[in-house]
Design a protein around this ligand. Sequence first.
Ligand code: SF4
Length: 328
Amino acid sequence: MAKKGRVFSGARPTGRQHLGNYLGAIQNYVALQEQYDCVYCIVDVHALTTVETTEDLKSNALEMALDWLAAGIRPQESIVFVQSHVPEVMELHMYLSMVTPLGKLTDLPTFKEKIRQQPENVKYGLVGYPVLMTADIVLYKSDIVPVGIDQAPHLEFAREVVRSFNHRYNTKVLIEPQVKHTEILKVAGIDGREKMSKSLNNHIELASTPEETIQRVKDMVTDPARLRRTDPGNPDVCNVFTMHKIFSSAQEIGMINTECRKAGIGCVDCKMLFAANLNKHLEPFRAKRADIASQPSFVQDVLDDGARRARAIAQQTMTEVREAIALP
Ligand code: SF4
């Protein structure tokens, strides 16, 4: 079946992926392959704006790619690669920076938020981050970028930069990417409050063993008002129930919804049911992950091949870009 266009998405190398990554991005990456040519980039250069040390970057990139592949990203079809392996993106970033007003960058809410988070570490790279992100997207002539509603302004920014470039050099060489609004699930961590995140250690790793997963699920915070087994609970405020709605059968969800409210089921049993369903769901992922991991250079070969294919597109784009600018 002919594909509808090219999708681009990037993610920082965060190592082993967790349930939040899976539900919020990876599942969507896998599904998009049915309709689009997909370019999935591990954005290691972006990571340099915030990481304190680079010693884990390579292993994190490999672990992340391994999880993506185990989850169903097909490297024969989709291009999976590491951002810095295609250095053309740095050159395009520089040209795009020439048509991007500084005021627009410093006005972006994400920049202001970063300044608030790390006032001691505001470098040029942080300000120019959205320009590099734009270069990532347009270098591969991407038509579509899947984003959640809250990220839509970033895409609009990228579209403005593309328009500025094309107008400045009287060209149509860069494609204005279209937004594909995607429901990006925000998954709460085991604390039941904050978004699931490795840095908060409130996550459930996809590659954990079934036993480790059960232990993490046991640690999940439930309805905080339910103090005793005999107290009725409220599934509407319970993160375990939210997870049941994703991983359990309609019958189980209905049963919990009813029984929890009249203390007919205890939180321990409820969690064990979720853990069992989650482990069952992850069985094929874990088997595939183990299989890929047993082939020593498989993931590196995928990334090398991805970089080669990505670079072929990038070099063509850069030839056109340099011509459009009329560089000597
Ligand atoms: Fe949450 Fe289940 Fe406990 Fe109800 S029984 S509070 S849904 S863990």
